[in-house]
Every structure is written in C-alpha cells, then in structure tokens.
Write a protein that binds this ligand. Sequence first.
Ligand code: PA5
Length: 449
Amino acid sequence: MENLKLNIEKVSDFVSLKTIGGYSSEISRHIETLYNKTGKGNDFLGWVNLPSVITEKEIKEIEKIAKNLKSKIEYLIVIGIGGSHLGAKAVIESLSDSFSAMKKDRENPFVLFAGQNISEDYHCELLGLLKDKEYAVVVISKSGTTTEPAIAFRLFKNDIEKRWGKDGAKERIIAVTDARKGALKQLADKEGYKTFEIPDDVGGRYSVLTPVGLLPIALAGFNIRELIDGAKAMQKLTGLNSQFEENPAAVYAATRNALYKSNHKIEILVNYNPKLHYISEWWKQLYGESEGKENKGIFPAAVDFTSDLHSMGQYIQDGLRTIFETVISVKEPNHTLLIPEDKENLDKLNFLANKPLDEVNKMAELGTILAHVDGGVPNIHIEIPKLNEFYIGQLLYFFEIACGISGYLLDVNPFDQPGVEAYKNNMFALLGKPGFEEATKKIQEKFSL
Ligand code: PA5
C-alpha cells in the first residue's frame, strides 16, 4: 500500500532545507508531549490515539445503526457547526459522485446539512425540499449548547414531530453529544433518542474519527473501517518512533513554521479536484482555530484550481509576497475520460487528442507551481495516490498531527478556541438574552443603537 507523499523541494529558494531540518529535535519533543499529554491543552488529546483505540464494538454499533436507518430514508440531515459539521462534510464530498444529488437510483440517503448557518432562506428551502420526503436527523453538538445547531434542531424536531409524532421522532432522530452534560444530552435523554458519545478529551475540530464524523459518513454509504485504517497507517508513520525525515507531518510542520518565520504569513491550500473543496474548509477550521491566537499564527486560506486561477491566480502570481502554497494532488483519478479528436480542429486542440483529461490537469498543476515559485511563492506538495476512504483517512490524520506539532512550535495551545466567544456574546447581547443586560447597554451606548 502506498502512502501520502510530501515534497518540500520547492521551498528551498526561500528557506534552506538545513533550517527545516533544524526543527527535528524540537519536533521530537513535541510529538512526545502530544503522546504523553504533558503540554498545553493536554486534556484535549484523545484524538491522537483515536485511530488505534477505536473498538470493533464501537464501529459495529455505528454500522448497525447506519444500515438500519439508511434503508428507511431518502435524505439525512446532519445538524452541526464547525467541528461538528466540517469533518463529515469534507469526507462525504471528497468520496461522493459529484452529481449524486441529481441521481434517482441512489443506494444511500443523500446527506444534507443544517445549523451550519442561521440563514432563514437556507433552512426554509431545506424544509421545503423535505416536505414530502422520508428523512432523518443526526444532530451533533459536543457542548450541546451551540446556538446555530440548537435553532436548526428546533426547526427539524418540530417538523418531524408534526409529521411522524413523538414516536416517529425517536426513530428518526439521533443525537451525538457529550456523555453527561449539555442541553442536547438532557433533551435526548428526555425524549428517548438514540445517542452516541463524543469523548470528553476530543475537541470539535479533531473529532472526525468519532461518531461526529463516522456516523454521517457511514450513513452516506462509505466504508468507515478503511477511513480508520488510513488514519491508523498515518499514525504509524508519524508516531513516537518515526525519524524526522520520514515523518511527513513533522516535515510539513517544520516547513510551514520556517516559512512563517521568513515572513510567509499566509498559507493557501490548493486543490485541482473540486471534490477536495470541503477538505480545505475542514483544514481552514483546524489550522485557523488551533493556531490563530495570541496575535500569532499562519492565516489559512484555500483555492480551487484551475477555477480560481482565473480569479485569485493574478494575486498569487504577482501580489504581496507573504504567501506560500500547499498543493494537495491526487495521483490517479477514479475515472478515465479522453479528449476527442476533432476533424475541423478550429480550437487547435488536436495536439491533446486521445490524452486523458487528468494529464492536462496535472500539467496545469505543474505549470502553475513552477510559475508561482518563480513569482516568489514557496510551494509544499502533498500527493495522495487516490480519492478513497483509506487515503482520505491518511490525509485527515496527517493534517491533525501536523497541526498539533505546529501549534506547539508556535507556543500556543492548539486545542482551545477562546476567540470564538466574542461574537456570541455580542449576538446574545443584541438579541436580548437574559443575563446579557449589561453587555446590551454597553453596545447600545458605544454604537448609538
Ligand atoms: O473546534 C471546535 O471545538 C469548535 O469549532 C466546535 O466544533 C464548534 O463550535 C461546534 O461546537 P459544538 O459541537 O459544541 O456545538
């Protein structure tokens, strides 16, 4: 079995390979700290061992519930936000047929998401779509108190109870939440919903390999065993006994930190396959919430090429030189499509006749990398052999462990997110939530509202 490959050759014009290698012993210490749980945020390190400690019993339970529910529904609505949304969304999008929404002969329910925003239009249109459809809900919230999913859950619980009654709701609602605390846990126990637990020591953005990600992914019809096996293989490659040069997560963390120190403050994650769009969204949350604190951190951004070469390409080639790129490249596509020959050849493309589309895509990728490096943009290259469960599992764990190491290199706690409270406090104050009266007054005075 091949593994994910990391190539950092194209950063050498910007930071020396010696500088990157210089992080080796510090990174060994950080890997030990992650495993021994002796560093910052050490009560949230359950994810480090998740791929190897998940039990057959836990996997079977998820598969059993998924199999049973799948046969009864056309749509699955997953309610959650942040880490309770992006992992499942990223994996499902990366593995799904791009047009499965339009296909009538689907074997598995189509998975849609709610509560990842508070848009009235979005939720109204989604409820409209489901009006005469068989559907079920998986509601996910570790804290059980997050406003966006809590509001969405009210809407869908109400709809389900109206259509199928309280008993029907028990068959159609599954909650994934804390083992003991939070409003969702209380509600699920009271209403008798099936629940899955999120381990206490796993934070939202590191939770894709718990029922938070695994249940929706299994319901969408994907093989969670292979996903876990991929993550397990990556854990082996990046674990305590790995040598720096052979540990892609260590080298990635060292490279991006060396670049950060040489004034490359923005990392752009690039893909050449639209199925990876949400992997980038998941990655943005992982790195943004883990590193962006204490007025430090690389700003994580993402683009979908070649589409965005026709929009962001100009800036990346010629704009402010504070960026670097990390390309995720998929070695083999899952389909073959050859470019046809055309007798007229008016578009002058016959030189491409009978070539697979992917060959053109790969040359676009290489041509862009060379142009961007020439233009002053360092390039990190990650190659995965194929888009399947195993390699997506590898990729997810690779990014998670590299993020833990990277956060420690930056000397922040990569497992908290104190900054996300500020908007919530203002929103509650503006909405007049009881207990926020003082804050409401302050905002009204400051902004003359
Ligand atoms: O990474 C995190 O912890 C956060 O982004 C959470 O996932 C997000 O805020 C949702 O929280 P909860 O699952 O408690 O509703």
